[in-house]
Design a protein around this ligand. Structure first.
Ligand SMILES: Nc1ncnc2c1ncn2[C@@H]1O[C@H](COP(=O)(O)OP(=O)(O)OP(=O)(O)O)[C@@H](O)[C@H]1O
Length: 246
């Protein structure tokens, strides 16, 4: 049985339909990356998977007893608030110190337990968020732009860590990323989203798909031109769903 099945999912905020008839299946142990322009519904899809956003149509089926670890896009902690990494990690998890140590180890930052959250670098902060998501040994890890604010080396190191986590724990990874060129080697499958699933497949297949190229340009095989959105087709989700889904 898949870990997560998304079936015919549509999400609307007021009159704005942001996802229409989206199907997605995540199998145990696979790494799936969602790419798509800003506002294409990526975060809404992840939020629907964790049950935080209710669909207007379709459904999300989770494998019974599924444990999910979630790394949000942004987490603001007041810099004047004194809180150690250990305290932060145990705020929402009733776990032993050893579990915190193990999770930090899995996230590649074994020595941060006693540090103040406000004193961490951007890369260390993201690793702590990753550790917090790993603490309950999830079956699937959801990452929403987890490398935002990191430089390219920091991002690459983070994704390498993700591959290590998958190798060592066997957990599936579903992540959103703008950086397909960085995550490419790590992903088993890429889903290109723009209100609907434009195309999906192996990273190489998606990078050369016309739908992907229409969204992200063709420079360097489409993989490095992620911030140039040549969005040349029109979406009219409200009026004619069938046509919009094509
Ligand atoms: N709670 C909400 N209420 C109303 N509109 C929302 C809400 N959340 C998201 N939206 C709108 O839905 C659309 C899709 O947003 P979403 O955050 O899912 O996209 P995204 O692909 O993750 O974008 P980004 O790459 O910029 O993070 C956007 O137009 C956004 O403004």
């Amino acid at each position: 049985m898949p870990l997560v099945s998304v079936e015919g999912l549509s999400i609307r905020y007021g009159a704005n339909t942001v996802l229409l008839h989206v199907d997605m299946v995540i199998e145990p142990g696979e790494i799936v990356t969602i790419v798509g322009p800003n506002g294409s519904g990526k975060t809404s899809l992840l939020r629907a998977v964790i049950g935080a956003t209710k669909p207007v149509a379709g459904r999300v089926v989770q494998k019974p007893g599924l444990k999910i670890g979630y790394v949000p896009q942004k987490l603001h902690i007041d810099p004047t608030l004194p809180i150690t990494v250990e305290r932060f990690m145990r705020l929402t998890n009733q776990v032993s110190r050893q579990r915190c140590v193990d999770a930090l180890d899995s996230a590649g930052v074994p020595d941060l337990l006693k540090r103040q959250m406000s004193q961490l670098s951007g890369g260390q902060f993201q690793r702590v968020l990753l550790a917090r998501a790993l603490i309950n040994q999830p079956d699937i890890l959801l990452l929403d732009e987890a490398t935002q604010g990191l430089d390219q080396r920091g991002s690459a190191a983070f994704y390498q860590q993700i591959e290590t986590v998958r190798r060592e724990t066997g957990c599936a990874i579903l992540m959103i990323s703008h950086e397909l060129h960085v995550v490419m080697s790590a992903s088993d499958r890429v889903i290109c989203l723009n209100g609907h699933v434009c195309c999906e497949g192996s990273p190489a297949v998606v990078a050369s798909a016309p739908e992907y190229r229409a969204l992200f340009g063709t420079g360097t095989g489409g993989a490095l031109a992620l911030y140039q959105h040549h969005h040349d087709h029109h979406h009219d989700h409200g009026e004619n769903p069938k046509e919009a889904a094509e």
